[in-house]
Write a protein that binds this ligand. Structure first.
Ligand code: ATP
Ligand code: MG
Length: 491
């Protein structure tokens, strides 16, 4: 157990690890080539996974204050004026260095959350797993975290007993609670990837690189800080983050970080379903959905998250389930690229359509009506998915609408097509039909074309379109049921 905890804390022992390494690190720090200004990070003593910190002064990097959110700058200056250390950290620095507009600006400080709250009136404290301060500026929220320390687990913890109260690990090595404060170096060590352990200070406008992140950026490499297996076990969501950053930043996951993923992907099952939903939204609604999907499929991550779909993809790697997923995800990426709205409901509806359809067909073979079979199939598949990914109800309701309307789109005779067109859900269902038509070809292409014409025709032409249908528009769904009946009598 002790050895396991030690591994979790400092990574697998290396040939040159232990005291000698710690001494080297300390020695190296003493001989630091770059002059350290008085306000440079105070480095904690002790063994570290990290190389020597590199300081890039203002003339050695391209980050300018005009690229930084004025509110984030306000937070940095206010904390500084109150006597605290404060840095911009993580994704925003990484993105600015890569010439990408950051999604958000995160601040890290040595002030405790309660102290942050005292500095800002517009501040609220959130989070249980790790307590954070949110400084609210209208619609923009600047997240301020206190330097994170090591979680507990070694024999040394006798001295740091209070830490034990605020952090814990599961039997799988997963961090359950993480409310331990530490030094900036410990904070850097607790970060996931080397490219995310970059800190920017308004004291000297320098970037502090704790894990050779600049080099990784130059080499376009996603690498974990420390031992990859340990770091994935501590928080399996890092697997999803590695995939997301690789596609978002157009980088490669370094071999050492990529290699354990297929084997450890099963640990994603231990992640609370709401967190997995949030991560999937980031993977599927941020413009790289298709690339992320392919990487998740190839690394056995998809098998853990959406086993229903993964099974179909295994049976027929290029089949219609794959085609529909591809079309839906590429379509979503194209919409994101031109800033059109996208919804998780449509994507999840596409990813899970064939598992639902298959289940519904089986239930019809068992004698259920088309309507009942569809309702039961939708409920079963969604219940099954919810055990892993907590898709909020407003989205599952929209998914059900899209799915249920697919069969109604085949029944167009009389007033039915007119009624359907008035449905607020029609547009989504029609878009979905079009994607299915592209994925399957065959009859659906004709049906999608018919609806396209019907939507844009005047009333006279619409009636003509309906008349041209004859019997076909009344009864497409049950035809399938007749097939099943025939099949059963033949058996
Ligand atoms: P983006 O905002 O573009 O998704 P990001 O890197 O800023 O990317 P956030 O989720 O905003 O991602 O996290 C901010 C920083 O917090 C990260 O850069 C990383 O240093 C750290 N971090 C986030 N999640 C983890 C994690 N699971 N394990 C370790 N460090 C993490
Ligand atoms: Mg961020």
């Amino acid at each position: 157990m002790l050895d396991f905890c030690r591994r979790t804390l400092i990574g697998k022992p290396k040939a040159d690890s232990g005291k000698a390494k710690a001494d080297n690190v300390t020695e190296a720090r003493k001989e630091k080539a770059i002059a350290k200004p008085s306000h440079a990070p105070r480095i904690a003593a002790g063994a570290s996974l990290l190389p020597q910190v590199q300081r890039l002064s203002r003339d050695q990097h391209d980050i300018s204050r005009k690229d930084i959110s004025p509110n984030a700058l306000k937070v940095l200056y206010r904390l500084k004026d109150a006597g605290f250390d404060a840095y911009l950290v993580g994704g925003c620095i990484r993105d600015l260095l890569l010439g990408i507009k950051p999604k958000d600006f995160d601040v890290v400080t040595n002030a405790k959350p309660e102290q942050v709250k005292q500095v800002f009136r517009n501040c609220r404290l959130i989070g249980r797993r790790f307590r954070l301060a949110h400084v609210v500026f209208g619609r923009e929220i600047i997240e301020v975290a206190t330097f994170r320390g090591h979680h507990s687990g070694t024999e040394d913890d006798a001295e740091t007993a209070p830490k034990l109260k605020t952090s814990s690990l599961s039997d799988h090595g997963q961090i359950l609670r993480d409310n331990v404060y530490g030094s900036i170096e410990e904070d850097a060590e607790r970060r996931d990837f080397t490219i995310n352990a970059l800190y920017y200070s308004v004291n000297d406008f320098s970037v502090y690189d704790f894990a050779n992140g600049m080099q990784a950026i130059a080499e376009r490499k996603i690498e974990l800080i420390g031992d990859p297996e340990t770091r994935y076990r501590e928080d399996p969501v890092r697997i999803l983050r590695a995939i997301r950053f690789a596609t978002k930043l157009n980088m490669q996951i370094a071999p050492a970080a990529a290699e354990p993923i297929p084997q450890l992907a099963v640990m994603l099952k231990n992640i609370p379903p709401p967190r997995l939903f949030d991560e999937l939204v980031k993977l599927l609604l941020a413009g790289k959905a298709f690339d992320n999907f392919m990487l998740m499929r190839d690394t056995r991550v998809l098998k853990q998250l959406l086993p229903q779909l993964d099974k179909l993809l295994k049976q027929e790697p290029e089949g219609k389930a794959f085609q529909l997923a591809t079309k839906a995800l590429q379509d979503t990426d194209a919409r994101v690229a031109v800033e059109k709205p996208v919804t998780p409901a449509f994507i999840f509806a596409a990813l899970l359509w064939y598992p639902v359809e298959l289940r519904s067909q089986t239930l019809m073979t068992d004698g259920l009506s088309e309507l009942d079979a569809m309702n039961i199939a939708m409920t079963e598949v969604l219940d099954d998915v919810q055990r892993t990914i907590a898709i909020p109800k407003r989205f599952t309701l929209a998914m059900r609408d899209i799915w249920a309307l697919q069969s109604r789109l085949t029944k167009r005779a009389g007033r039915r097509a007119f009624k359907l067109l008035e449905q607020p859900k029609f547009r989504g269902a029609f878009d979905f039909l079009q994607l299915r038509a592209q994925a399957e070809d065959g009859n659906l292409t004709e049906l999608a074309l018919w609806w396209e014409r019907f939507q844009f025709a005047d009333d006279t032409d619409r009636l003509q379109l309906i008349n041209q249908l004859g019997k076909e528009g009344v009864d497409k769904g049950p035809r399938r049921r007749r097939n099943y009946k025939r099949k059963r009598t033949a058996e």
